[in-house]
Design a protein around this ligand. Structure first.
Ligand code: NAP
Length: 435
């Protein structure tokens, strides 16, 4: 038996997939007990120089040659950016199994794609859409399938995780230049630094963890890392926290709390140990308790190729066995989101105040007006006309914090109010104190 494979895209990941496949093909064939051939690869620019040598007759600039080839049973789509949607739907319609790494498509058009896969009784695999080399999709879909997940937290974007360590000691702009020069960030980093990439990935993770039809639109707020400054990290560290860009999903009595934002997490939390451009994933399940996956490489041609090929081998095994192990979209429930204004958190606040009598009282009074108590406070001594203060609040509803922040903007005593940052407390027990 010979399984013929088609590929759409031979860019960063496509090249990694082709290389790894050729290198390990004999092992894969021996394990599966059948032949495997990459029969056709479609690209946008036929005349582009490639990092791999492709035998004559394999490359084409016409994806239809793959879609319409009745001999091809599996297609790996690595075009990305949502541009492969029409091709993907056509692939599923011609009853070919589909493997994609496109988080944007799964997070925004997942329902349509999963329904097409189910209707045509083929696999739709998307392991490399989150986590790069880390098998987080399989972990949630298969490994934790028997449990009920209560909370999921993730560091799902390596670029921003790398940058946070640099922002802590340098500045946002220097951190970005460093990330670009190290190859971790694109010249236009918006997708990463504004939290969008993390939010697309969260939609996929939450869909798997909570078995609901989560899409990108359900995630709110989505906040990035552009407003962070070294001072935020200095205060956070002094209080025993690190700052991470966290994808957060929690089941609150059947309603999903889904958000992406920077967060102070205790330095002993498993995700605080995820450093550099790595990714890491953490869940709390009713049966399993706490479990962490990672650290591991969340991107890059070889790490991502490893996950794409793991999906390919699963599909080939299914073809051999005459079965489909596709994720069953029809069993998923509709999403009900938890109202963001009701989310209760502790907050880290940093303010520049007029260095004069009554300024601190003004801050305390604004917070008091919205029922917010202060749990910790820090003010470095200065003779300057303006003084910086940092504080940690006791838990309060999101709406109270938004109202207090608006009042800070109006106060003549408050020269600057930096964006408030939510905190994952060290001890969630006893949070009623200070109310
Ligand atoms: N890069 C990573 O580290 C990483 C990690 C995890 C997941 N992913 C995901 O993997 C996917 C691929 O990313 P990438 O970084 O490899 O992208 P990329 O380097 O931009 O490559 C895209 C490829 O698609 C080809 N292409 C564009 N339009 C096409 C069309 N209409 N028909 C056929 N081929 C077409 C391009 O052809 P030409 O080469 O001729 O221009 C190129 O080979 C994306 O979904 C991405 O989100 C990437």
């Amino acid at each position: 038996m010979e399984i013929k494979i088609g590929m759409l895209g031979l860019g960063t990941v496509g090249t990694g997939v082709y290389q790894l496949f050729q290198e390990k093909r004999k092992i894969y064939q021996r394990e599966l007990g059948c032949g495997l051939t990459i029969a056709k690869i479609a690209v946008a620019h036929l005349d582009k120089e490639r990092k791999v040598q492709i035998p004559e007759g394999i490359l084409t600039d016409n994806a239809q040659e793959i879609i319409e080839d009745p001999g091809i049973q599996v297609v790996i789509e690595l075009i990305g950016g949502g541009k492969g949607l029409e091709h993907d739907l056509a692939i599923l319609k011609t009853r070919k199994h589909l493997i994609t790494a496109d988080k944007l498509l799964i997070a925004t058009r997942g329902d349509e794609l999963f329904q097409a896969a189910a209707k045509n009784n083929v696999n739709l695999m998307f392991g490399a859409s989150v986590g790069g080399s880390i098998p987080v999709v399989r972990w949630l879909r298969d490994g934790l399938r028997a449990d009920k997940i209560k909370r999921l937290m993730a560091i799902a974007n390596g670029t921003t995780n790398f940058m946070l360590a640099a922002i802590a000691i340098l500045s946002y702009d220097t951190a970005l230049s460093l990330a670009i020069s190290e190859g971790y960030a694109e010249p236009d980093p918006t997708f990463d630094v504004e939290g969008l990439d993390t939010a697309y990935k969260l939609a996929i993770l939450a869909r798997l963890a909570f078995r609901q039809r989560v899409t990108f639109e359900h995630i709110y707020p989505v906040e990035g890392i552009t407003a962070l400054e070294p001072a935020d990290f200095t205060y956070a560290n002094r209080w025993g926290y690190v700052i991470k860009l966290i994808a957060w999903a929690e089941d609150r009595d059947g309603k999903l709390d889904l958000r992406v934002h920077p967060m102070l997490i205790p330095e002993e939390h498993p995700l605080a140990q995820i450093v550099g451009a790595n990714n890491g994933f953490y869940v709390e399940g009713e049966a399993i308790g706490e479990q962490t996956l990672g650290p591991g490489k969340g991107a890059g041609p070889q790490p991502t190729a490893s996950t794409v090929i793991a999906d390919l081998l699963q599909v080939c095994q299914d073809i051999k066995n005459g079965q489909v192990s596709a994720y069953q979209i029809n069993a998923l429930e509709k999403v009900e989101t938890y109202p963001v204004t009701k989310i209760v958190s502790r907050y880290f606040l940093r303010l520049t105040l007029a260095n004069e009598a009554g300024a601190l009282e003004e801050v305390a009074n604004i917070l008091k007006d919205f029922g917010i108590s202060i749990s910790a406070f820090d003010q470095p001594e200065t003779t300057n006309p303006e003084a910086e203060v940092a504080l940690i609040t006791w838990p309060t509803e999101d709406l109270n914090m938004s109202k207090a922040s608006a009042r800070f903007q109006e106060s003549p005593m408050v020269k600057k109010a930096y964006p408030s940052i939510r905190i994952l407390p060290k001890e969630e027990k006893g949070e009623e104190h200070g109310k």
